[in-house]
Design a protein around this ligand. Structure first.
Ligand SMILES: CC(=O)N[C@H]1[C@@H](OP(=O)(O)OP(=O)(O)OC[C@H]2O[C@@H](n3ccc(=O)[nH]c3=O)[C@H](O)[C@@H]2O)O[C@H](CO)[C@@H](O)[C@@H]1O
Length: 324
């Protein structure tokens, strides 16, 4: 039994695969903890999921082509590496797994500077900046996609996307979300931060299609729209007169996927993998500002995979999709 540290943070796309991996390692008799930004989303998620957490400072490095890094952010990153080094020298884990994003950098760089084994997991079809900085000294890089742009040949192993492998019976999921059993259920989810574009467009479009009563030719419809915590106050009043339209700031994703028949989403890999695990068909709207347009690459990789999709934690045979 050894301790394995998951260096992660920033957004759900980097945090939830770390949670799923930590769970799997614990089930196999190892100790696991999440290491990320103190006060970041990862600290809240670790508490919710009952996982140990170590917080450090972390700073955002500017992406290439977007100007020089902010010196205050650089300083925070450097302080984060020093804090992570102190923690890792004390605990001497067997390995540190980096899930990408600026908050994973301190843990991974500190581990590499101490000579501890590091492994990376890249969730997107393009190698992220943090991963690029650490890939050279990592023992291995696991990828979610068969092909990852920016990764040297021979360095990567496709391992799939770790997802929380939990499903609820539909009736229980609907009850947990305060939704009715019966109507066709449509999920609108713009990723862990919400999506301004979906928030702006979708409520009016769906009002136009389903009217005041939420009726389609196939029968009644209901919508669960996760707006992102910042945007709920803006979206909620616009749908307050529609009894079939439920806007929330953040939702229990396991329940939401278990309850839904169709979803309108961005194209972060977490979202795509969870939809496949739950067999929910998607209308994908990739985030155009995603670093190097990686969400378009993600979406192109899965389009046409068919309802059912792939299973997590497994290489995806023949590219994408295992129909079920
Ligand atoms: C702005 C940004 O940096 N976005 C990136 C981030 O997106 P983001 O974190 O939004 O990406 P994902 O779609 O990969 O994951 C979202 C996660 O949040 C969860 N969730 C979301 C809403 C909700 O109400 N409840 C909930 O639990 C989902 O179930 C999922 O597990 O990581 C992705 C994967 O690296 C990248 O492709 C995105 O470009």
């Amino acid at each position: 039994m050894s301790l394995v540290v998951m260096a992660t943070g920033g957004t759900g796309g980097h945090i939830y695969p770390a949670v799923a991996t930590a769970r799997e390692l614990m089930a196999r008799g190892h100790e696991a903890l999440l290491l990320g930004q103190r006060g970041g989303m990862e600290e809240r998620v670790a508490a919710e999921q009952g996982l140990p957490f170590q917080g450090v400072d972390a700073g955002k490095l500017a992406r290439s082509g977007q100007g020089r890094p902010d010196p205050r952010e650089l300083l925070r990153a450097v302080r984060g590496v020093a804090e992570a080094r102190a923690f890792l020298s004390r605990t001497r884990p067997g390995a540190v797994v980096g899930f990408g994003g600026f908050a994973s950098l301190p843990g991974v760089l500190a581990a590499q500077s101490l000579g501890l084994p590091t492994v990376l997991h890249e969730q997107n079809a393009r190698l992220g900046l943090t991963q690029r900085l650490a890939a050279g000294r990592a023992r291995a890089v696991g990828t979610a996609y068969p092909k990852v742009v920016g990764l040297p040949e021979g360095k990567a192993t496709m391992v799939g996307m770790p997802v929380r492998e939990e499903r609820l019976p539909r009736a229980e999921a609907l009850a947990r979300l305060g939704l009715r059993d019966g109507p066709l259920t449509l999920l609108v989810m713009g990723g862990s931060q919400g999506s301004l574009a979906l928030n702006n467009a979708v409520p009016d479009v769906l009002r136009g299609i389903f009217g005041e009563t939420g009726t389609s030719p196939e029968g009644p419809v209901q919508v669960l729209h996760s707006t992102g915590p910042r945007w709920l106050e803006e979206v909620a009043p616009r749908v307050a007169d529609l009894p079939w339209y439920h806007a929330v700031g953040y939702t229990d994703a396991v329940a939401a996927w278990s309850a839904s028949d169709l979803a309108i989403t961005r194209a972060g890999t977490g979202t795509l993998a969870e939809a496949a695990f739950h067999g929910v068909p998607l209308v994908m709207v990739p985030l155009p500002e995603s670093a190097e347009n990686h969400q378009l690459h993600n979406a192109l990789s899965v389009q046409g995979a068919g309802r059912g999709g792939w299973l997590s934690n497994q290489p995806w045979p023949g590219g994408w999709g295992r129909r079920c």
